[in-house]
Design a protein around this ligand. Structure first.
Ligand code: PXP
Length: 244
């Protein structure tokens, strides 16, 4: 069965709105794990707008599943990852003004820069995925660079406003996932997945893991974190088991 890694960034977003101590992303992560999350993801952004260095250090100590650190491929972030030693790193592009990660890494045009980060992390025994758009070119470049795997950006699929566009984007994601697995890469997906759109993506058998944050944390305001996590896991599992 595919794994669900719950991104708890937006618990910290609420806390940072008042620069206080609650709600606590660490408490949220532990609740998510208890409800069946297979991993916890956080994005330590250069501007520290939500997750703080201290959150990451505590999460490293208490997360019992797998801690996935999303980060830019900068020297500062690589140094932090080498100290904290998350179970895996997902390298993402980062722009200061964006609301959230807007596109996948341009691996081809930043090859040496990204390769340097991948090599430093892998040499320290930390597996690295690259967050990329669903294109054959980006998958091949990720393979060439020596990453362990990829996380496919599902944002364009998730944002599609009609069925035709959605079908085109789904095919793009699926084709890239097939190629990724053929090249022996770990193949994950994430961004913009919610309770309405996750089923078709979860049905893509090539995906081993999904990183989902905003929709789960938003739903948890009404239902609490355990039910929000359980419901997402159920949808993912049903999508796989419903297939012939
Ligand atoms: N994967 C990556 C690489 C991301 O940057 C994000 C957003 O932080 C996510 C997954 C989770 O996206 P969402 O919050 O839309 O579920």
């Amino acid at each position: 069965m595919p794994r669900l890694s719950v991104n708890v960034d937006h618990v910290a977003t609420v806390r940072q709105a008042r620069l206080g101590v609650e709600p606590d992303p660490v408490a949220a992560a532990l609740m998510a794990e208890t409800a069946g999350a297979d991993g916890i993801t956080v994005h330590l952004r250069e501007d520290r707008r939500h997750i703080q260095d201290r959150d990451l250090q505590i999460l490293r100590l208490v997360v019992k599943t797998r801690l996935n650190l999303e980060m830019a491929a900068t020297g500062e972030m690589v140094d932090i990852a080498l100290k904290v030693k998350p179970d895996m790193v997902t390298l993402v592009p980062e722009k200061r003004q964006e609301l959230t990660t807007e596109g996948g890494l341009d691996v081809k045009n930043n090859f040496d820069y990204i390769k340097n980060a991948v090599s430093r992390l892998r040499d320290a025994g930390i597996p690295v995925n690259l967050f990329i758009d669903p294109s054959a070119e980006a998958v091949k470049a990720s393979h060439k660079i020596g990453s362990n795997g990829i996380e496919m950006h599902t944002g364009r699929y998730a944002e599609a406003r009609n069925f035709d566009v959605r079908a085109i984007e789904l095919k793009r994601v699926h084709d890239a996932a097939i190629l990724s697995r053929r090249l022996g890469l770990k193949t994950h997906a994430g961004h913009g997945l919610d309770y309405r759109n996750v089923t078709e993506i979860a049905a893509v058998r090539e995906f081993e893991e999904f990183a989902i944050g905003f929709s789960i944390i938003a739903r948890s305001l009404y239902t609490g974190i355990p039910d929000a996590v359980r419901e997402m896991k159920k949808l993912i599992h049903e999508a796989r088991t419903a297939q012939p």
